[in-house]
Design a protein around this ligand. Sequence first.
Ligand code: SF4
Length: 247
Amino acid sequence: MAYDNADVSQSVADRLNDALRDASPLEVLRRAHERFGAKLALVSSFGAESAVLLHMAAQIDPKIVVLFLDTGMLFGQTLDYRRSLANRLGLTGVRDLRPRFTDLSLQDPQSILHQTDIDGCCNIRKVIPLDAALSEFSGWITGRKRFQGGDRLRLRVVEEGTDGQIKFNPLANWSKDQIDAYMVEHDLPPHPLVPQGFLSIGCWPCTKPVEDGGDVRSGRWHGQDKTECGIHVARSPLAPDNVGGGI
Ligand code: SF4
């Protein structure tokens, strides 16, 4: 049965991807919003390049739900930026997702799990809270791009999400130059750590400035065999309820 559902959902993601693979980011967002409406969420780190997608989303629906993972280990500058940028763009649907108290008290009571088990730390601080929040949505939007490298080199504009959701990556095709040009064109404020060389920004224990000539995400989990926190890894079979008709 699970295979039947997976096949149906795969065809929906494939069909959407065929239709939108060369569309502009704004068009991808529009089509995603038309299709899913209030069942669509945007996941944002309010990081180095987040202002671009948030600015586009605010043009389509300033009430769109924006899910922000406040892991408890973020830079203070990120928390300040999350507040000031949301206000500036008029985004009223930002939700701060925090780790469950029981997970922290049982698995990381001293906030040092990142020193011994980074996957476990990301799991309780990112994966579990996001999975719980996404359970009410049928589609979600990410800010990933191919130029960020690693597994993202093969990123599609539309793909399967976890739990049967459809996942949109409107900026998949964009280059770093296009991102930078959009920031300038729309006078968007940079994250305060970007001028200090942080080109991708996550939790403070696991983020360093990028060295000259390094990949934009090379400062994340620097020196470790880890490039993703786990929220973009498929973990469960596809569910039938979120599978709709054609676009
Ligand atoms: Fe923990 Fe580091 Fe993952 Fe943040 S990025 S949740 S501190 S392991």
